[in-house]
Design a binder for this molecule. Structure first.
Ligand SMILES: Cc1cc2nc3c(=O)[nH]c(=O)nc-3n(C[C@H](O)[C@H](O)[C@H](O)COP(=O)(O)OP(=O)(O)OC[C@H]3O[C@@H](n4cnc5c(N)ncnc54)[C@H](O)[C@@H]3O)c2cc1C
Length: 332
């Protein structure tokens, strides 16, 4: 059997950061492969908030999550990298001679001279809603917002009080008939401005409450029973659909055993995005250094640094960085 192709760089993770990193890698004429465990590219943006309006990308005052990902994907494709989805990388090893072998859960092997890890917080699994009768209403329990129209004129209950829940509440308010937020904690704990915006809105907020039971007719959800943690009193809230924003279990998984230094939130890098293993770099949410900001824009800066480091690793005499794209031969 013939050996799979050898790439200059393989990027693990096709979230927003992996996608932009693939574009920049093309600018540097690196033969690039981009691999993701999910069925489609886009990372957390695709998975958790494709309909949310993102406001902290410089130069794009407002852009919906799915639009940003479509743009990044188009940009990533400029230099035709190989993009592989549905491949969770579980093993990475350096071969005698220096190249790396990456193996996916299904046993597929990928060969690369360098590796950039842009795997966010690792693979994720949502924390479920634990209440009576959830199994009876699977189609009315939502863990991500993929189609806003499905919520139009509906009575929505949001379970949770962190950013994912509050973002969903704000996104749904303009289309839903009503939005009620049920949170077990004593005060909402999202970003300050998000909490302020929600408190100013028409949403009804029940803190120190749990959703205890779902009920309806056949498989049609009609209401949820909530209980106050302090008084024990229950009340019924009308409900057509529930968005569950209980956060996710994120796990770097096998990556912790790949030999580089890791921290609680990811992989330790220096200012050149180098991990403790020469030839392996990291960027985006997974890359850890002091005062790291976990937003998309930060990763869009780190990706090119990681690529430049990979280029210099392969060819120490190479230029430190790419020409700006307007001066790049591909755009002339
Ligand atoms: C609810 C919520 C709202 C947010 N809102 C904003 C916002 O408004 N503005 C903003 O700038 N940021 C926001 N963020 C943060 C932002 O989403 C992250 O900073 C960004 O997604 C990081 O991009 P990334 O590409 O590094 O990682 P991710 O988006 O996490 O993508 C990583 C990719 O790597 C893949 N992967 C992981 N492990 C493997 C493996 N072993 N093999 C193969 N593939 C793997 C995953 O499947 C995933 O697709 C928000 C985050 C959340 C959770």
């Amino acid at each position: 059997m013939s050996q799979p192709e050898l790439y200059d760089v393989t990027i693990i993770g096709a979230g927003p950061v992996g996608l932009y990193t693939a574009f920049y890698s093309g600018l540097r004429a690196m033969k690039t492969k981009l691999i993701d465990a999910e069925p489609a590219v886009g990372g957390k943006v695709r998975y958790f908030y494709p309909e949310k309006i993102i406001r902290d990308i410089g130069g794009s005052p407002e852009i919906k999550g799915h639009e940003l990902i479509a743009n990044l994907k188009k940009q990533a494709e400029t230099f035709q990298p190989t993009i592989v989805c549905n491949e969770k990388i579980v093993h990475l090893e350096q071969l005698p001679g220096g190249n790396f072998i990456l193996e996916s859960e299904s046993g597929t092997q990928h060969f690369s001279k360098t590796v950039i890890i842009a795997c966010g917080s690792g693979t994720y699994e949502v924390n479920p809603l634990e209440a009576e009768n959830t199994a009876n209403f699977p189609s009315q329990l939502h863990y991500s917002l993929t189609d806003l129209e499905a919520f139009r004129d509906k009575k929505i209950v949001i379970s949770g009080g962190g950013n994912a829940a509050l973002d969903a509440a704000l996104t749904l308010l303009p289309v839903a008939k009503s939005v009620q937020v049920i949170y077990r904690g004593d005060d909402l704990k999202g970003h300050e401005e998000t909490v302020r915006e929600l408190k100013r809105s028409n949403a009804t907020i029940h803190v120190a409450h749990n959703i205890e039971r779902l009920s309806g007719e056949a498989d049609k959800l009609r209401q949820v029973m909530i209980r106050c943690k302090e008084t024990g009193r229950t009340q019924t809230v009308p409900c057509d659909a529930i968005f569950v924003g209980h956060g996710v279990k994120v796990e770097l998984g096998a990556m912790r055993n790949w030999g580089f230094d890791t921290e609680e939130w990811g992989i330790t890098v220096d200012s050149l995005m180098q991990t403790s293993i020469p030839g392996i770099f990291a960027c985006g949410d997974v890359a850890c250094y002091p005062r790291k900001i976990r937003i998309i824009l930060a990763g869009l800066h780190e990706g090119p640094i990681a690529v430049n480091s990979a280029v210099k690793f392969l060819e120490p005499q190479a230029a430190d960085e790419a020409m700006v794209s307007t001066h790049h031969e591909s755009f002339e």
